[in-house]
Design a protein around this ligand. Structure first.
Ligand SMILES: Nc1ncnc2c1ncn2[C@@H]1O[C@H](COP(=O)(O)OP(=O)(O)OP(=O)(O)O)[C@@H](O)[C@H]1O
Length: 273
């Protein structure tokens, strides 16, 4: 089912008055059902929520296992949402990713929502330049503009030109990560999800990524980012959201223990996970 909803009537708790909301999460919960472990339910997130405005960068902070990557994957539509809504502005309307159909999710990914995952996953034998230009083409840029954009990004990220015609499968970790970032930034998506975009990079290349993210913010893109070292995004204006308590509540919200959650969910949740 596809649910298209009107824009939220009131801004969320964290948002500056008058800001233009592009992403709004309310009451988002996630648990995994471990089918190979007798259907054990692993609660991960409860009652997660925030609002994100145009040109804003939200940093998801918190300990390992708190559910930060799972939250990004739910926003991207990779993980099913157990409860709550994830409303994203797409084509001028707020669409709930939690209930959107697969075709709509693909359309949202093509034109509205970019995702830089931790690892590059590409089709074998496709050269770097095409890997990077592909999302720009899918977005609707013409072939020359898409290639030009790909070259600009690869140059900005210091990827040597001699590598541009090669498939990235054998590249170093840092080279693959830069290809991944270039690919994620090739199209002018209004919303970007970044999972450890600078994890394998040296200081010079981290600075190059930050400069590109700064450009994206300046054109009005909104971002949700996960980084383990805050300094990795040094220089970017960020708003920090501590997700330490997600498994036991959210921000100033109520706190539930993992056991409380498990007791509430007596019916196992079947996930596409
Ligand atoms: N597909 C899955 N199936 C089962 N459990 C999962 C799955 N994905 C994540 N989890 C569990 O959910 C919890 C949260 O994982 P997640 O990767 O979202 O945490 P994180 O905060 O991003 O951690 P890190 O900072 O270490 O990357 C972990 O306990 C993890 O084992």
């Amino acid at each position: 089912m596809t649910a298209t909803m009107p824009a939220p009537a009131a801004p969320g708790p964290d948002l500056q008055a008058g800001a233009d909301v592009v992403l709004s999460l309310r009451g988002v919960a996630k648990s995994f059902t471990l089918h190979l472990r007798g259907g054990t339910v692993l609660p991960v997130l409860a009652d997660a929520g925030f609002d994100l405005a145009e040109g804003e960068c939200l940093l998801l902070a918190g300990p390992s296992g708190a559910g930060k990557s799972s939250l990004l994957k739910m926003i991207y539509g990779n993980y099913r949402v157990a409860a709550g809504s994830i409303r994203l502005r797409h084509d001028g309307a707020m669409v709930d990713i939690a209930t959107a159909g697969p075709r709509q999710v693909l359309e949202i990914r093509r034109r509205t929502l970019g995702y830089v995952s931790q690892f590059l996953r590409v089709i074998p034998r496709v050269p770097v330049l095409d890997v990077v230009a592909e999302p720009a083409l899918a977005f609707g840029m013409d072939a020359d503009a898409a290639k030009a954009r790909a070259r600009d990004l690869l140059r900005a990220l210091n990827l040597p030109e001699r590598l541009w015609s090669l498939p990235p499968a054998t590249f170093s970790g840092g080279e693959q990560q830069r290809v991944n970032i270039a690919r994620g930034l090739a199209a002018p998506y209004p919303v970007l999800l970044l999972d450890e975009p600078t994890a394998s990079l040296d200081a010079e290349n981290r600075a190059a990524v930050v400069a590109l993210l700064q450009d994206a913010l300046a054109r009005g893109a909104a971002m949700v980012a996960i980084v383990h070292d805050d300094a990795a995004l040094g220089g970017l204006p960020i708003r920090r959201l501590d997700v330490t308590g997600f498994a036991g509540g959210y921000e100033a919200g109520r706190h539930e223990s993992a056991t409380d959650l498990q007791q509430k969910r007596q019916v196992p949740v079947i996930d596409r996970q």
